[in-house]
Design a protein around this ligand. Structure first.
Ligand code: N01
Length: 535
């Protein structure tokens, strides 16, 4: 085992949150080390190298809001591809000289609190040991992949790839491909694979109520002009709208306007593309059954006209709403529905014809057919939100693992930390305002809160700070109340832990919107860190 390395703060993970932490903790004069499991910065954009990986969060606001960073960087597309986002991370790395404080290939496996010394001991898989007063987990919400226990999976002789661990330089050209899963990752691989594969068979369990992306190429000259006029405003507005995008929801609810006005608003959002239809038209799509039905009917009408075979249309966009629209996160698609008009593409509804087992040559379905493949893509997602934190053995004041405490329900204060785990915070983790919003818009206020809290503690001789049980019960109440006000519990989504068999079904994110969340965390700080105990 290597020598123990001492730091003021350890940051775990090098995506947007980790990079923001490192930059800002350094400004406090702290000795900081960022531990990153991968070989580069980028978080999900480092790991998800599958063909077609692209963000569905729009520029300019899918980047850090620091003017010194955005003034010298211009994305070429509204919805940036993975390669360009990686280039962005390299740019930020160089501009802020980040890598000198990063240990790559350092997968953190445990963190143990020493109450007498007020320090954490953090260990990596490779056996490196770090000690620090503060630990900030910036591990994202999709670090722990999920592969269902398909019978006979080990007997398949071809290649099996989960989208999270795509091999370098592996393409699908000329191959017989099977894809299981039609979430965000599945949709993107399917679009990329269909034009080049010899054959593509998609195993769908739930239709993806995907929205049209309508990609826009950004003109560099135009972008430079906007940097001088509009951009600063856009980067402040991203913290003022409930979802962190530039357009706020309509001032009225859907049932308060005429059918014609509603249609006008929805057509406009449809034509503009992106997530607008979902995040920025009528707020009651998410909490009113009748509005949700109207939204689904509108979506279904638009989508079905793109699919030739009525049987295929019934699987992709069923007559009966499969789940409330938008309560499973909608993907953005470019030509997803047209893919299923291609002669080399087959769609299997596994609710009617289930996956019985993997064989050495492919997958056998319950109708007795053996589907033969060269490669099977497992796009079955992640143990979202809690999985990334629970992948680390975190022992606090009473020596109990955090994941064991959470078996019967997650408890946090403000989605920032948990009682009994002093000086350990996370950004963009359980009970934070996350899955409904633009990531950087919700990351930055939380990350700033953590930095300000550490600054406060250092300036006021505070050695440790942890949430109180009462405060986290109250926060949980708020998280669950927002969850129950909306239609979340009518869909088996990762928002409520329902995508993982056996996982407790509970609202895992705060759905009150970014301004309300930011007010809650800032109120706590301004009230002398209410809900936290210091010593
Ligand atoms: O995972 P998912 P993902 N048998 O959970 C199916 C972010 N992300 O990796 O819906 C058969 O959405 C499952 O079916 P069902 C983004 O936040 C973003 O695609 O549970 N199928 C579903 O179709 C996203 O929401 C981007 O019935 C099974 C699929 O697998 C999140 O990550 C790109 C199954 C899983 O979909 C997760 O996305 C990628 C089984 N036993 C990811 N178990 C972009 O920004 C599960 N499925 C573009």
């Amino acid at each position: 085992m290597s020598q123990v390395q001492e730091f003021d703060s350890i940051v775990v993970g090098g995506g947007f949150s980790g990079v923001h932490q490192l930059i800002n903790l350094r400004k406090l004069g702290l000795k900081v080390r960022l531990l990153e499991a991968g070989s580069g910065l980028g978080g999900v954009w480092h790991w998800n190298t599958y063909p077609g990986a692209r963000t569905r969060l729009p520029n300019p606001v899918y980047q850090l809001s620091d003017p010194d960073l955005w003034k010298d960087w211009t994305f070429s597309e509204k919805f940036a591809g993975r390669e360009e986002i990686q280039a962005y991370y390299k740019y930020v790395d160089q501009k802020r000289d980040l890598s000198r404080d990063v240990s790559y290939n350092s997968n953190v496996v445990s963190a143990d609190w020493d109450d007498a010394a007020n320090r954490w001991t953090v260990k990596t898989e490779a056996g490196d040991v770090y000690r620090s007063q503060w630990v900030v987990l910036c591990v994202g919400i999709s670090a722990k992949r999920y592969v269902p226990p398909f019978q006979g999976i080990e007997s398949f002789k071809g290649k099996i790839h989960h989208t999270f661990n795509w091999p370098k330089e592996y393409d699908l050209e000329g191959k017989k491909v099977g894809i299981i899963g039609t979430g965000a990752s599945g949709v993107q691989v399917i679009q990329e694979c269909a034009p080049v594969a010899e054959s593509l068979t998609v195993f769908q369990r739930t239709p993806n109520l995907a929205l049209p992306m309508r990609q826009v190429k950004l003109d560099p000259k135009d972008e430079e002009k906007k940097k001088k006029t509009l951009r600063q405003y856009e980067f402040s507005r991203m913290f003022q709208t409930s979802s962190g995008y530039l357009k706020e929801v309509e001032p009225k609810l859907a049932h308060e306007v005429t059918a014609e006005e509603r249609r006008l608003v929805w057509e406009d959002s449809w034509d503009k593309g992106g997530l607008l239809f979902w995040t920025s038209t009528y707020a009651d799509i998410l909490f009113n059954d009748a509005t949700n039905d109207l939204a689904y009917d509108f979506w279904k009408e638009k989508v079905r006209e793109r699919i030739i075979d009525p049987e295929v249309a019934e699987i992709l966009a069923p007559t009966t709403k499969p789940h409330p629209f938008g309560l499973k996160r909608p993907s953005l698609e470019q030509n997803y529905f047209e893919v299923f008009n291609q002669p080399n593409v087959k769609l299997i509804d596994i609710n009617k014809n289930s996956i019985s087992e993997f064989t050495s040559d492919g997958i056998k379905t319950s109708d007795g057919t053996e589907h033969k493949f060269d490669v099977i893509v497992v796009a079955t997602g992640f143990d979202m939100i809690t999985g990334s934190v629970n992948a680390i053995d975190i022992r606090g004041q009473d020596d109990i693992l955090l994941k064991d405490k959470w078996v019967n329900g997650v408890r946090t204060h403000l989605g920032l930390g948990s009682a009994g785990y002093p000086n350990l915070f996370w950004v963009f983790g359980p009970q934070h305002v996350l899955g409904l919003s633009n990531a950087p818009s919700s990351i930055e206020p939380a990350s700033n809160w953590v930095v300000d809290c550490i600054k406060y503690c250092r300036e006021n001789g505070v050695q440790s700070i942890t949430a109180t049980n009462e405060a986290q019960e109250a926060w949980n109440e708020q998280v669950q109340t927002y969850g129950n006000m909306a239609l979340f519990h009518k869909a088996d989504s990762w928002y409520i832990g329902a995508n993982i068999p056996g996982k407790k079904r509970e609202m895992l994110q705060y759905a009150g919107g970014i301004p309300t969340y930011v007010k809650a965390i800032n109120d706590s700080a301004q009230n002398g860190y209410s809900g936290w105990v210091m010593k």
